[in-house]
Write a protein that binds this ligand. Structure first.
Ligand SMILES: *Cc1c(COP(=O)(O)O)cnc(C)c1O
Length: 351
């Protein structure tokens, strides 16, 4: 606590990201992709004319937005880009959720959302998941100050089909509904095709997980022109150039390679299913996953102890020390070799 901090800053509870260890560990704790970015990304990096860095980037990031618009079958005016989807989310909280009615979200979801509520002094209403650890779409009110959830949800990994999101939007027409699709490419169903019918729907996405570009910091939002304009108003009042020229060029190169993208996500999905089977054989309860991670608990073993045991064997996973999640480990899907090491470690620890 410092005398120099504003009163509001003294009250903040910042997000705690997963550890980025210095030593060489099998890193299954932050849902990064185990495979490299598309080969075209490396080529674009090598060929990038460094003199371009003298100039400010295009404040509208038009080329990147056009590439995203093509990828998602929407108009460029329906696409917004930012410095990671965390930034896009922050701008969306300011643009749409800062008013006197509470923002609704599941009580178990991406833990950055409550942090933004605190930052922007937004009142929050948390709704319990249903008895199968799924986001309860029927529990959201039609007259809240907004709705946000991840689909597939984090860290529970369940995703609702597009038709279920459409039913929610038929009922909830006034508040902005933000669907965070950070994990959708691993077997979920995107709500993007619904934006034409529902002007209050905003979908966010990221290059960090399925495109193996977490270090580049690129995220985006897709929605009606009025929502995108709202985001632009906030962006242009904060930082006109959130996406740098290099990130933009590399993002475009990533989008150009559909084959690499599909191959990587299919590998992750195959490894995930194989890991689910093996963990189940070891006695774990594994929640069904449409993401690149698993949430698993062992009825006979304490998750915090398993976390420590794995760490001693050079394997890093995530343990959330909250009442609801204390019994679970969240395990990102790595390569087959990495997951074999994990299963071998569990075989020793769970004997
Ligand atoms: C990883 C993640 C993000 C953040 O993505 P960045 O683009 O890397 O900022 C957003 N939402 C959820 C649910 C995530 O898991």
């Amino acid at each position: 606590m410092s005398q120099f901090w504003s009163p509001a800053v003294r009250e903040l509870t910042p997000y705690v990201p997963g550890e980025q260890p210095r030593e060489k560990l099998i890193k299954l704790n932050t849902n990064e992709n185990p495979y490299p970015p598309a080969p075209g990304v490396e080529a674009a990096l090598r060929d990038y004319p460094v003199d371009h860095l003298r100039r400010y980037p295009d404040p509208q990031s038009l080329a990147l937005r056009q590439a995203l618009a093509r990828e998602h079958g929407v108009e460029v005016g329906q696409v917004f880009v930012g410095n990671g989807s965390d930034e896009v989310l922050a701008l969306a909280f300011q643009a749409f959720f800062c008013h006197d009615r509470p923002l609704e979200m599941p009580d178990i979801t991406y833990s950055f959302y409550p942090v933004y509520c605190k930052l922007y002094a937004i009142e929050r209403r948390s709704l319990p998941l249903d008895d199968q650890w799924r986001v309860d779409l029927d529990a959201f009110a039609a007259d809240s100050g907004g709705i946000i959830f991840a689909n597939p949800n984090a860290p529970t990994a369940h995703g609702h089909p597009r038709a279920a999101i459409a039913r929610l939007l038929q009922r909830v027409t006034e508040p902005v509904v933000l669907v965070d699709e950070a994990y959708v490419d691993f077997g979920g169903e995107s709500a993007v095709p619904l934006i034409e019918r529902f002007p209050n729907l905003l979908v966010t996405g990221t290059f960090s997980k399925s495109r193996s570009l977490a270090g580049l910091r690129l995220g985006y939002a897709i929605g009606s022109r009025e929502l995108i304009e709202g985001l632009e108003r906030v962006k242009d009042s904060f930082n006109s150039y959130p996406v740098d020229s290099l990130a933009s060029a590399l993002g475009i190169a990533s989008l150009a390679d559909r084959e690499h993208f599909d191959a990587c996500r299919e590998r992750v999905i195959t490894t995930r299913e194989r890991t689910v089977r093996r963990l189940t054989e070891l006695g774990f309860d594994v929640l069904p996953s449409q993401a690149n991670f698993l949430l698993a608990r062992h009825p006979g073993h304490d998750a915090a102890q398993l976390f420590v045991g794995l760490r001693e064997r050079g394997i890093l996973v995530r343990h959330f020390n909250t009442e609801a999640l204390r019994d679970f480990l969240r395990i990102s899907i790595g390569t087959d070799d990495e997951m074999d090491s994990l299963v071998e470690a569990f075989e020793l620890l769970c004997r």
